[in-house]
Write a protein of this length. Sequence first.
Length: 117
Amino acid sequence: VQLVESGGGLVQAGGSLRLSCAASGRTFITSAMGWFRQAPGKEREFVAAISWSGGIIKYADSVKGRFTISGDSAKNTIALQMNSLKPEDTAVYYCVAGRLIATMNYWGQGTQVTVSS
């Protein structure tokens, strides 16, 4: 499974960005896709995920109410709409996929999101 992210960039605090991810290859083995992020000097952390099979959507507490994940199972694509961005949202954002949300183990290369204060 190959994952390709797009949409990162530089934005001022309070602004918005939209990330996209497209999966290709053996996508029939993935029914969950999502996003993790890693800030400089910090561990990688979960952001949001969607499960096609369970109809489940999950968010990290730190992004609830500001970020919205959406997806198209037929096209194997997801998007992350990020609003009210904060400097602490600055990180490399990775698209992930797997059979379940708990077992997402395919990773994209990442896209940089930088929020200036």
